[in-house]
Every structure is written in C-alpha cells, then in structure tokens.
Design a protein around this ligand. Structure first.
Ligand code: PMP
Ligand code: GLU
Length: 397
C-alpha cells in the first residue's frame, strides 16, 4: 500500500541480482544451512597488509574531514601514475574523478551523459547494474546478443548494426563480468573502426578486472586505441585486484568536460568518498601490481579447477574465461528437465534449484542479459569450489 507513494523511478528498477542472491545466501546461512556462496564477485582474500597499514596511519594522522569532491590531489596523482604505468594513458588532474566505488563512477557518467531516450549499446552479457543505471538516467539499454560461440564478444558488424541516430554510448567491461572474456587490442581496434565514424558516441570502458588477466598479454584499454581517447570514459577501481570491495573506491579517467560534470553531480549527491579509504588507495595504486600477483595466480588455479570440474558434468558448456573470476556456462541443456520433482524452465529456476538442493548460491544469466547461462564466481577457496561442484553434480544426477 505505502509503496504506491514511491517514485516510478524506483518501482521500475530491478533489485541487483548479485546482491539479492548474496543476501539470500546470508539469510539461509543464518537459518543454519551450509550454503556455499559462489554468487558474489568479491575476492575472498584479505586486503594486503601494506594497504591496511596506510589506512591505520591515516587514522592516526587525523585524516577525518571532508575531502575534495573528486578526491585528494595526491590520490588523483596516483591514479594518473597508474593509468600511465599500466595502460599508457595520459590523463591530467582535471580528467580524474574518484568516487564511492566504480558503481558510483558508472552512475555519475550515466547521469551526466544521458538524456531521456538516449540509447546505450550493451553487449550481452553485461555487468548486472549497467542496464538499471542506464534506465535510472532515462536512457534506453540496447542489448547486443552474443553467445558462447563468439566467446561472448561483440563483433564490429554487430556494433554497426546496433547503432541508430539515438545511440549515445556503448558500455562494456573487459575482462568481462560475467563471461571473463577479454577484448584483445586488435579486437578493440576493429570496434574503433566503427566508432570513429560516429564521433557523437561515447564509450564506457570498464576495466576494473584489468589485473585479473590470465592471457599473458598486456591488458588493452579502449582509450589507448587511435582516435578513441576523447570519446572514452575509462572506469576502474580497487575492489577486485586489491581485495578492497568494502572500502568503496572507484575512479574514472575521462575528457575533462565529462569529469567536471561528474564532479558536479557527485558534489550534490555524496561529496568526496571516505577519507581513510582514499589515503589507503594512494598506497595501493602507487605499489607495483606485482604485489597482488599472488591473488591472480590463485584465481588462475581456481579457474582451471572449476572448468575442469564443470566440464565433467554433462550439460554445462563453458568458454575459457581470460580474466575476472567468473565462469558463465551455458546451461540451456537442462531447460525442460525435471529433477527431484522440480522442472527447470530457465536459468533462474536452475539457479534456485542449485540453491535449494545443492546449497550452492549462483546467479542466473538473465540478470546479465543472457538467459541461457549461469554465473558462478570462483572467488572462493579450492575446497569450497570442489565441494560446491560435487554437490551440483549430485543434485543433477
Ligand atoms: N564494474 C564491474 C564490471 C563490476 O564487476 C563491479 C563489481 N562490483 C563494479 C563495476 C563495481 O565495483 P565497485 O563499485 O565495487 O568499485
Ligand atoms: N560486482 C560484484 C558482482 O558482480 C559485486 C556485487 C555488485 O556490486 O553487484 O557480483
């Protein structure tokens, strides 16, 4: 009854499926159920000690006041150093904005760039929140379907075909959450051939998983492709590579007029993000990425482990994720089948069945714009992965 008073904006918004599943898993655990959580994209490592020490020092040094809205200058300088060192991108201070997580960075960009009816091309599968953030800003998500056959990547021809006079932006993540696919430099160049013909289209290149890269080849950034720098907003953050999800720091490098607008937006909504977290992230970004390589090496072992185990269950079709910490198997072979009296009609039924029968939390591919698939996060210990897939196999036998 009371919800009648809520805005259409919130009533039309979907609940974040990743967070909803994590909450459900938490609830079931509180009821005493032994749930293995493979739903949330969150490293199971502790934040490295050298970063924690920087935060403790910041508290003791009495960092407690409001910060500049777009972040401390020395943090923005560390972001600039990082962009140059890791991506060969030359951003300047007015082109960098630090926010409360990459999620806020994305929301800022949507709110400052989109007018009602502006179309945003989202290659599917896309990260769960893109579509609702775009809709919040009154934009229209335009899904470009990909499948396991093309390693879940959008081709230049598909991009070209999706462009209309209303297209304002293209958003994608590479390495991709949820497919783990990474666009090579050559693939980005091929997409840029199309994009350069449309100088009014802007790209959000979400590179939050850049360090979680198993290709052995350097990560490629869209802003580094010829002619793309002034049309690209590079989004990044420390949640994933530095195991700092709860610290809530993300940032963008963007043309200065976009960065200024994001700064203005943030100034009215949240102000600068947490001061202690910002001080810690200066230390994180100034450190060599080799300091977090032990986590990436472990994720790679887990990727190989989970692929091996899943490929032993008939019906799971997998690509080989090149980055991030998710597998995104096509599970459509199970649709229409009945297990323990429960008929699986779609990926949501499948995910619910696994939760109830195998006590394993996953996320349905629907939330990512690909209803044939299931997202499984392998940011969990090897023992948990082995036990989870064993339970899944039993529930499906
Ligand atoms: N982009 C992608 C692709 C993600 O997977 C996430 C996951 N949290 C985010 C952005 C947001 O990250 P955060 O807000 O924690 O920085
Ligand atoms: N990005 C993570 C995920 O996809 C964290 C959850 C969220 O922010 O939605 O699971």
């Amino acid at each position: 009854m009371n919800s009648n008073h809520l805005s259409e904006r919130i009533l039309n918004m979907a609940t974040s499926a990743t967070l909803a599943m994590a909450a459900k898993a938490r609830e079931l655990r509180e009821e005493g159920k032994d749930i293995i959580g493979l739903s949330l994209g969150e490293p199971d490592f502790n934040t490295p000690d050298f970063i924690k020490e920087a935060a403790i020092n910041a508290i003791n040094e009495n960092y407690n006041g409001y910060t500049p809205v777009d972040g401390y200058v020395d943090l923005k300088k560390a972001v600039i150093t990082k962009f140059k060192r890791d991506n060969n991108l030359e951003y300047t201070l007015p082109q960098v904005v630090v926010s409360t997580g990459a999620k806020q960075s994305l929301a800022n960009v949507a709110l400052v760039m989109l007018n009602q009816g502006d179309e945003v091309i989202l290659p599917c599968p896309y990260w769960v929140s893109y579509s609702d953030i775009v809709k919040l800003a009154e934009g229209v998500p335009v899904e470009v379907k990909t499948s396991i056959k093309t390693d879940f990547k959008m081709t230049p021809a598909q991009l070209e075909a999706a462009i209309t006079p209303k297209t304002k932006m293209v958003w994608f993540s590479s390495p991709c959450n949820p497919s783990g696919s990474s666009y090579t430099k050559e693939e980005l160049e091929a997409l840029a051939v199309v994009l350069r013909q449309h100088p009014n289209i802007f790209v959000v290149s979400d590179e939050i998983y850049e360090h979680i890269n198993y290709t052995g080849v350097a990560h490629a950034s869209m802003a580094g492709i010829d002619g793309m720098f002034n049309n690209t907003i590079t989004v990044n953050g420390v949640s994933k590579a530095f195991a700092m999800t709860g610290w809530r720091i993300g940032y963008i490098g963007a043309p200065d007029w976009i960065a200024r607008a994001c700064n203005k937006m943030q100034g009215q909504i949240t102000s600068g993000t947490n001061c202690i977290a910002q001080r810690a992230v200066i230390t994180a970004l100034n450190a060599s990425p080799s300091k977090v390589k032990y986590m990436i090496d472990e994720f790679k072992i887990r990727r190989d482990l989970i692929l091996d185990l899943l490929n032993n269950i008939e019906g799971f079709k997998t690509n080989i994720p090149q980055g991030a910490f998710y597998v995104f198997p096509d599970v459509s072979a199970f649709f229409g089948k009945t297990f323990k009296g429960k008929t699986i009609k779609n990926a949501t039924d499948f995910s619910m069945y696994l939760l109830e029968e195998a006590l394993v939390a996953t996320v349905s591919g629907d939330a990512f714009g690909n209803p044939d698939c299931l997202r499984i996060s392998y940011a969990a210990s090897q023992d948990q992965i082995i036990e989870a897939i064993k339970r899944i196999k039993t529930a499906l036998s």
